[in-house]
Design a protein around this ligand. Structure first.
Ligand SMILES: Cc1cc2nc3c(=O)[nH]c(=O)nc-3n(C[C@H](O)[C@H](O)[C@H](O)COP(=O)(O)OP(=O)(O)OC[C@H]3O[C@@H](n4cnc5c(N)ncnc54)[C@H](O)[C@@H]3O)c2cc1C
Length: 97
């Protein structure tokens, strides 16, 4: 978990640097949003599972965090749409239908 979180933080940090320099592209932001949200929700799911049955109770906040992340998969550009943006960026072909 800590390795994946650190990798995602490095991605966000580098993107912040590029943004400050006026060099961040839409495709880079798209890739970072998609990657980091997916990483976060996977970790939240794993953390929920580590807690077993207690993980779905209100006593632990992980389920609530996980559900918040479910909504982040959709807003500010869905997971699928960001993938299409990345695909268009690296291939030059638009796959939007
Ligand atoms: C918590 C929350 C807060 C929000 N806040 C705001 C806000 O403040 N302002 C605002 O304007 N909107 C807001 N939204 C709306 C959000 O931007 C849209 O829900 C989002 O863009 C997806 O659009 P949709 O719901 O119409 O789904 P659809 O466009 O119908 O998509 C449904 C599913 O199909 C996939 N999909 C769609 N088109 C393609 C395609 N061409 N190829 C492959 N897959 C595709 C999508 O990824 C998604 O999984 C919010 C949504 C949520 C959940």
């Amino acid at each position: 978990m800590i390795t994946e979180i650190t990798k995602a933080q490095l991605l966000a940090f580098r993107l912040g640097q590029l943004k400050n320099e006026g060099k961040a592209t839409t495709a880079q932001i798209s890739m970072a949003k998609r990657n980091n949200v997916e990483m976060a929700i996977n970790i939240a799911r794993e953390a929920r599972q580590v807690l077993g049955g207690m993980g779905i109770t209100g006593e632990y906040s992980i389920m609530r965090h996980m559900m918040n992340l479910e909504s982040v998969l959709t807003y500010e550009g869905t997971h699928d749409i960001h993938l299409l943006i990345t695909g268009a960026d690296i291939t030059g072909f638009q796959a939007f239908k």
